[in-house]
Structure formats: structure tokens, C-alpha cells
Design a protein around this ligand. Structure first.
Ligand SMILES: *Cc1c(COP(=O)(O)O)cnc(C)c1O
Length: 324
């Protein structure tokens, strides 16, 4: 954990992490892959600081708390057009393609592929013509195959699907790098990190080491096609349990927009929800309490969460329903 990032050993670690990530997502040579610090949250600022100029206009699709935070920072750099928002119904759906009010002169279109708190996801990328697409994929990166060629930039914090906290993965189309203004602070400029292979300063070496192991684990599983099948099966079990509960459990997201990673649901009363969370915790199901802005329950079933755990939770849900 204290290994020098200038050592040959670490050079092998970061190079093979990048190589395996490129293989998993089929990332072309026209994209740079970066391991940065500051989490996904710093990308809320780095994206507009680097990519908004010279137009200083960008479109954002507002589908949840993380989108809102991204919008807040982009507004410090330039003009933000909120192309669509599901805020009026507490972010329980994803706006349809036809509802997007995109601007032709936007520097990019930003969207959040999976809305961690609200349990919704884009089933397909928004279609944005020639405008670069920027995606916060923090909570569904590597959960399914995506076509990287459709994107200008993808970013994701490591800690949900890729490893321990401490790094954010950034995949950026090299042709966009010329937009970064020269007066930008060195550390905030993507070019700095591209030129130094993510080692301008000491990177989070241990996090990157584990991310590399996770990439190997995914490749050994058969890649993202296989992971996607497993994730679909896991989510289906939970949504089936909710939909076949005669209204005892109620999914909180629009059915067609339901997330494969974060399954959010309510019971009839808050009291019953509290009781369920308490009993579940006692049985070893941790972290089921929904985010305070949605209430209810949330089962986060990221890549690392085993199918057996979902089966056990479904059994627990059935027992709890019978008893209550
Ligand atoms: C967790 C999360 C973030 C914040 O990530 P940090 O790495 O903690 O900054 C941003 N966006 C989404 C979609 C998230 O799920």
C-alpha cells in the first residue's frame, strides 16, 4: 500500500489495469483512459472546465440528485440548458427521447446513466447527433456492455462497481482534449493527466491495484455480456418479488426505467418499512434503508453482490410479507 508509483511494479499494475479495462469496454486508441482522484464529484467540475469552452454552453438531463450536483458546478462555468428533468415527480422516471430539448450549439450533453438514489436507469443512450455525449456512469459502469464510440467522455467513481473508494475512471475522446483552456489550473486539466499517464502526482495506488484485479475478475467471468446476464437475473428476481406481492411491496421507479443496480421500493406504511429494515439488519442484510429523499428501501446489487444474496433477500421478503 506504500509502494512508490515510480516503481516498475506499480507501472505494471496501472498499465495492465488500463489494458484490461480497454479490453472489457472495447475502448479504441482514439480515447484516453485516466485514473484520477477527487471521485466522480470532481468530474462535475472538470468536465465543464475542460469541455465547455469555447461555447460555454452545455445541455444537462436532470434525472436525480447526482445530475443536480453536476448541473450546479457546470453553471459556474457557463450556460446550462436543462434539456429535460424528472424532478417534478421526484425523479421516478427517465425522460423519453422525444422530450429532450437539446440545443444544436451545446458543447456536450451530460446525462447520468444510472440514478443510484432513485433506482432508475437509461435503457439506451440519449441520441444527441454530433454533440459529444458525456456520462456519469458511477453506479452502473461495467455492469453491462456499452458502445464507447457513442461517447465523448465517461466518468465513474471506483467505489460502486470497480473497487475501493479513491479513484475515478475517466474515458475521454482524445479529440476533445484540445478544448481545455491553457489558463486552467494544471491539476484540473485533463491533458496534464493524459501526458503523465495518470501519474502527475501520486495516484491512489492501492485502489488502482484492486480495480485491476476487478477487471481481471470480470474478464475471467466472460466479460460484460456475462456480467450483464447475471445482473439482469438478479434484478429480475427482486422486481418479480415486488410485482408479485399483491401490493405489499411497491416499486418506486417507473417500470420501464427500473435500474438493474439499485432496486427501490416502498411498503404501505413507514412503520412497516422501519420494521422490515430492522429485521433485515438483524438477519445480516445491510444497507437496505432507502435514501432520505425517497424513503422506503433500496437494495443495491452491484456487480460484486452475489446471486445467492439476492435469493436470500427474496426469501426474506416473502417471509416478512407472510408474517405482516
Ligand atoms: C456515488 C455517485 C457519485 C459520487 O461519487 P464520488 O466518487 O463519491 O464523488 C456521483 N454520481 C453517481 C451517479 C453516483 O452514484
Amino acid at each position: 500500500m506504500e509502494m512508490s508509483h515510480r516503481s516498475k511494479s506499480f507501472d505494471d499494475i496501472i498499465k495492465s489495469a488500463e489494458k484490461d479495462l480497454r479490453q472489457l469496454l472495447n475502448v479504441g486508441d482514439d480515447y484516453a483512459v485516466l485514473f484520477l482522484q477527487g471521485g466522480a464529484t470532481l468530474q462535475f467540475s472538470m468536465v465543464p472546465l475542460n469541455l465547455m469552452p469555447p461555447n460555454n454552453k452545455a445541455d444537462y438531463i436532470n434525472t436525480g440528485a447526482w445530475s443536480k450536483k453536476a448541473i450546479k458546478e457546470a453553471k459556474r462555468v457557463g450556460e446550462v440548458n436543462v434539456a429535460a428533468s424528472s424532478e417534478e415527480s421526484n425523479f421516478n422516471f427517465i425522460p423519453k427521447q422525444g422530450e429532450l430539448n437539446l440545443s444544436a450549439d451545446a458543447s456536450y450533453v451530460h446525462f447520468t446513466s444510472n440514478n443510484t438514489i432513485f433506482g432508475t436507469e437509461f435503457k439506451a443512450e440519449p441520441e444527441v447527433g454530433n454533440v459529444p455525449l458525456v456520462c456519469d456512469a458511477s453506479s452502473d459502469i461495467l455492469s453491462k456492455p456499452i458502445d464507447v464510440k457513442k461517447y465523448g467522455l465517461i466518468y465513474a467513481g471506483a467505489q460502486k462497481n470497480m473497487g475501493p473508494a479513491g479513484a475515478a475512471l475517466v474515458i475521454v475522446k482524445k479529440s476533445l482534449l484540445e478544448r481545455s483552456p491553457g489558463e486552467l489550473h494544471t491539476y484540473l486539466n485533463y491533458n496534464t493527466h493524459v501526458e503523465k499517464d495518470s501519474m502527475y502526482n501520486t495516484p491512489p495506488t492501492f485502489t488502482i491495484y484492486i480495480m485491476g484485479l476487478v477487471y481481471k475478475w470480470l474478464l475471467n467471468k466472460g466479460g460484460l455480456e456475462e456480467m450483464y446476464k447475471i445482473n439482469q437475473a438478479k434484478a429480475e428476481m427482486l422486481y418479480d418479488a415486488i410485482d408479485n406481492s399483491d401490493g405489499f411491496y411497491k416499486g418506486s421507479a417507473a417500470v420501464e426505467d427500473r435500474s438493474l443496480m439499485n432496486v427501490t421500493f416502498n411498503l404501505q406504511t413507514e412503520e412497516l418499512e422501519k420494521k422490515m429494515i430492522a429485521e433485515a439488519t438483524e438477519k445480516g442484510f445491510s444497507g437496505l434503508k432507502g435514501h432520505r429523499s425517497v424513503g422506503g428501501l433500496r437494495a443495491s446489487i452491484y456487480n460484486a453482490f452475489p446471486t445467492k444474496g439476492v435469493e436470500d433477500l427474496v426469501q426474506f421478503m416473502s417471509d416478512f410479507k407472510a408474517k405482516n
